[in-house]
Write a protein that binds this ligand. Sequence first.
Ligand code: GLV
Ligand code: MG
Length: 324
Amino acid sequence: MSFFPVEQAPARLNRSELAVPGSQPQMFEKASRSNADVIFLDLEDAVAPDEKEQARKNIIQALNDIDWGDKTMSIRINGLDTHYMYRDVVDIVEQAGERLDLIMIPKVGTAADVYAIDMLVTQIEDARGYKRRIGFEHIIETALGMQNVHEIAAASRRNESLHFGVADYAASTRARTTIIGGVNPDYAVLTDPALDGGRDVHWGDMWHYAIARMVVAARANGLRPIDGPFGDFTDKDGYRAAAGRAAVLGCEGKWAIHPGQIELANEVMSPSDSEVTKAKRILEAMAEAEAAGKGAVSLDGRLIDYASIRQAEVLVDKSRQISA
Ligand code: GLV
Ligand code: MG
């Protein structure tokens, strides 16, 4: 390992993150009883300009009055380029800050954006004498944010997670998309007819670079990488596939923009029983190898070594966190 210490963000389950518009208070109770690990009450893009003020009031009341159980509660504030943002932070943190775990910052572009909100939140927390510190989640969803993702990830000790906001990212980069978080048949290659006689179309994942880059920035700073929305809530297989490829790249959660996506996210983002059993066997085999003075052994015909221990521990720790 490097001599440079990477401090880990507080360990929270973040397999599913349910988006609930702040302007739809009739949805709040149901959300509180859902199986979502994290809920963000939205003030930004799901709320029309005329409804922003009322949404803020709804959220303050809901944070104070509804029993959210052990859910991690977040609010998505408006962007720093709007005049709504300062009131989102001031009113909600002042009036409901004790039940707020996280603030989600959309369209974050630079480390200075994070600094500005950190300053504001710190002043309010100090003035109110809050004992707990509110954490930050950042949506990486603009070309600027993606360019500066490493500085953003390191910009505050409040930082907990980075989220890939595919819809705004597509708009910002002018990528051609058909549905939010979906794929595009034009992002494909044709196989070589000289090699296989025919031509097959191989679709690619047009979001690979963006997600992989965000994952690196998050993990290098001890943060959780989370994949954002998948717009077609009727397409369960499409959602599972999108969540699965994000999980393979290192993401530990995905948004649910509809309650029907919560269980899918929890399922894909939880290690399966067989994965956990295999991980435990790796740990046992390596403990035996170490006792016999060996650093690497074979298990089921495959080499395992000290790196395998670290991989197995990630899975076992996650399954403990889920059953806690
Ligand atoms: C989320 O905010 C997105 O733009 O995808
Ligand atoms: Mg967005």
